[in-house]
Design a binder for this molecule. Structure first.
Ligand SMILES: Cc1cc2nc3c(=O)[nH]c(=O)nc-3n(C[C@H](O)[C@H](O)[C@H](O)COP(=O)(O)OP(=O)(O)OC[C@H]3O[C@@H](n4cnc5c(N)ncnc54)[C@H](O)[C@@H]3O)c2cc1C
Length: 388
């Protein structure tokens, strides 16, 4: 069967790209190695800027979600400060539902979806590609890798082989039913900075549960696990359920370097392209935005260089500043003691509401830099960040 585009991976980037391409009249096949609906390690927070890309799809689509209108920053000794807004700052969803919802939208728009179907390899054939999968061969003009952190499309096309050690993030999360948590704050997302380099912890209220997690640089994995255990013990009242909770963990590729993301008619999206905000761990916005950019590039018959140029002119400077921010303050555990709490709370608010085009991180760094801070900076990391 011949398609205009075959997309490997039906997470947010693959589903949204297939939706956008189908809406523009392209014949699209999206396939996923998992049987849907499938679980995915995630905090499930869709920020306000993500909601804006999704327009009204999610809010009017009948999917369960919880609206957020306040952010809390928590200190190491349980100090806390809040910021409330009248406009929703985002929503909390279950990824299983959200990803199924987006792929349903793509199918309604005319895309074909095959789950339980793994992309394996491809060969070039008469100006297009023969795409080999566990459920047979397909033919297409474009091959799109939306297949996440371990992208097989990136590997077999030689666009990228593996991530460098220092650009790998690791995050762990668990969903705790409402009745087991000590503090109930239905419309507030809470963040805190554990004693981990580039680390962030969260406490997000979903519908009937709290999503609790910690992320940081993967080479600090032992401390990430310890901080996660500590957070669960602090927030869960019935300790007997701790051993029964299902824990989810996954790697994330931190954005901030120029990497090859396309070649010929092969393109990478979202996590496969390395588009994750190193400071906040936010990836869904960039998955959707890169999908939107690619659908326009294909529709306008532009080439792979234009896709890379557009993605990097939109994201790269901001990703660099985000990576810089995530390590520049070193261990941010003591933001309250250093009197920086209001500035970091405002930074989190800006990250949820402002796009890279509005130079969110540039504004944040300017704002933070007007206050003195200590230089507990890991110099080797800084050098690598700057020199690539
Ligand atoms: C613990 C944790 C918490 C997070 N919390 C948040 C959050 O609250 N908000 C936020 O914005 N971001 C969050 N992120 C980041 C976010 O989950 C990712 O950035 C986002 O999922 C990227 O979407 P994607 O479509 O690019 O990739 P993915 O969501 O990883 O989807 C890739 C898909 O490809 C499929 N696939 C893989 N290989 C193949 C193959 N060979 N053939 C076919 N299919 C294949 C997989 O089954 C999967 O369905 C979090 C990440 C983690 C690990």
């Amino acid at each position: 069967m011949k398609y205009d585009a075959v997309i490997a991976g039906a997470g947010p980037s693959g589903a949204f790209c297939s939706l956008k391409l189908a809406q523009k009249g392209f014949k699209v096949l999206v396939l996923d190695k998992c049987r849907f609906p499938r679980e995915k390690a995630c905090g499930g927070l869709l920020s306000q800027k993500t909601m804006n890309i999704l327009e009204n799809y999610v809010l009017t689509g009948g999917m369960d979600f919880n609206s957020i209108n306040s952010i809390c920053l928590r200190g190491d000794s349980n100090e806390e400060i809040f910021m409330e807004t009248r406009i929703p700052l985002g929503i909390v969803v279950q990824r299983k539902d959200f990803d199924q919802f987006l792929i349903n939208k793509a199918v309604e728009a005319g895309a074909t979806f095959i789950d339980n179907c793994r992309f394996e390899n491809y060969t070039s054939e008469s100006g297009g590609y023969k795409i080999q999968t566990t459920r047979g061969d397909f033919y297409a003009d474009y091959l799109i890798g939306a297949d996440g952190y371990y992208s097989n499309v990136a590997k077999v096309s030689n666009i990228r082989n593996k991530w460098n050690r220092w650009e790998r993030g690791l995050a762990i999360s668990a969903q705790v039913p409402d009745e087991y948590v000590i503090r109930k704050r239905d419309n507030t997302v809470e963040f805190y900075f554990p004693g981990i380099l580039a680390g962030i912890g969260w406490y997000f209220p979903g519908k009937g549960y709290y999503n609790i997690g910690v992320g940081g640089i993967a080479i600090d994995s032992k401390r990430i696990i310890d901080a996660f255990k500590h957070l669960l013990e602090r927030e869960v009242k019935n300790k007997t359920i701790l051993s029964k909770l299902k824990l989810n963990s996954a790697f994330l590729p931190a954005g901030g370097r120029f990497r090859k993301i396309s070649d010929g008619r092969i393109f990478l999206l979202g996590d496969a392209a390395g588009f994750v905000d190193a400071f906040s761990g936010e990836g869904i916005y960039y998955a959707l935005r890169s999908a939107e950019i690619l659908a326009d590039v294909i529709n306008q018959n532009k080439d792979f260089r234009e896709y890379a140029r557009m993605c990097y002119s939109t994201f790269l400077d901001e990703f660099r500043l985000s990576a810089f921010l995530s390590i520049f303050f070193g261990n941010k555990k003591n933001v309250f003691k250093k009197g920086l709490q209001y500035r970091f709370l405002k930074a989190l608010y800006m990250i949820m509401t402002q796009t890279p085009e509005s130079m969110c991180y540039k504004k944040i760094l300017y704002y933070l830099a007007t206050k003195s801070f200590s230089f507990d900076v890991p110099l080797l990391w800084l050098r690598r960040l700057m020199l690539g």
